[in-house]
Design a protein around this ligand. Sequence first.
Ligand code: CTP
Length: 472
Amino acid sequence: MIKLPENKIFNIIAEIADNENLQVFIIGGYVRDIIMHQTSKDVDIVVLGSGIELANKVSSQIKGKPKVTVFKRFGTAMFKYKNIEYEFVGARKESYSIDSRKPFVEEGTLAEDQNRRDFTVNAMAISLRKDNFGELTDPFGGLQDIKNKIIRTPLEPEITFSDDPLRMLRAVRFATKLNFEINADTFIAIHKNKERINIISKERITEELNKIIHSDKPSKGFKLLEETGLLEIIFPEMYALKGVETIKGQGHKDNFYHTIQVLDNIAEKTDNLWLRWAAVLHDIAKPKTKHFGKEGWTFHNHEFLGAKMVPEIFKKMRLPQNEKMNYVAKLVKLHLRPIALVQDVVTDSAVRRLLFEAGDDINDLMILSEADITSKNEDKIQKYISNYQLVREKLIEVEEKDKLRNWQPPITGEIIIETFNMPPSKNVGIIKEAIKEAILEGIIGNNYEEAYNFMVKEAEKLGFTVQNKQKE
Ligand code: CTP
């Protein structure tokens, strides 16, 4: 018997199941999570009968009658109650693939339903009937697999994966999220069938990839993706980071392992999926910019080319083409800047320039840059960490003084045109740029008065004199 948490919905279902002599079970991830003492926001309920009817009956007995959403095609219905989603489905013989073009038809027994699920740990069911409330049905040894931390398909892996090839990726995702290992036969089947992932929509693949990136230790997932051969198919740009070339006895670091180490480092600091994506992509252009010359191995301008690659990759992966993408591209572009500051003498003007370019994303950029330190030399790491602290202090100091984060020029183009009575022209841009540079270099302060006086001098150099005095 499994002890279920106190839950009004479960009690209502038990009451209905009793009155109508129905067999009803909780199944899937919720059962797995209860056994693993984790909380879950989705409850999958399976009934030998109509899931839609049961959902309606349960909802009608709850105060406020939560709205039932019906997916007729799949024979499922769901409602949300107290922030938990309850999904109801009739037991079926069909697979659980949402890509399946076949609509739901055949009713099945509980055993048939369990047969068609992805992994043993996701195929356990708990009865909600009053007479055996909490009884576990575990035909494939899911409980044991949880104890042994194993991801394994309930049937022959070939059958389970051919029902829905996305499950190959789900195996990696669950192994990563739960910190389990993939059973050998299951693993071999993934390797063998990897090409079948190509029939799955990009959206579903990316959803799984995002879940891997969002886990506590994403490197585990990426190593598994690489070892199963899936990475090369679903993310060739990342696969290309792998490997070490040696010329004249000089090798460079393996950028794949470096990248996933950076990702782990960043995962300790932030839940922000997009900042984690910036870690994934920060060195993505290294293979394309790799060069061996007098200086040894170099990857010149990989940050700029990498930033340019971000939109292509986001488009291909059906990731959002919006400000999130621009944010990732910006961080990729700037990722070397803080470290450059750390290595040099930290001048005010260098800090000002960084603040100006990074704007509100400066803290995230610092997090990315710190995560990028993957040296094995402890002394070096300690030195960098204390230098980063210095840069952070300097950033705060300069920002307080100069307010450059979301910089707006104190002198606009209109003011220049009016003051000198000049036509809109290249000269306006030249003067504006000179003012910006003077502020960033610390020649003048970031305020109207100093910028105005500077503007007058700059305009004089170009042969303009003040025609209309500006009001203060
Ligand atoms: N399922 C399956 N094959 C799939 C997708 C889902 O067999 N391709 C079954 C599994 O039994 C799974 C359940 O449907 O447990 C619910 O799927 P889903 O919500 O995607 O996963 P959960 O196990 O609930 O895990 P999580 O909520 O962490 O994604």
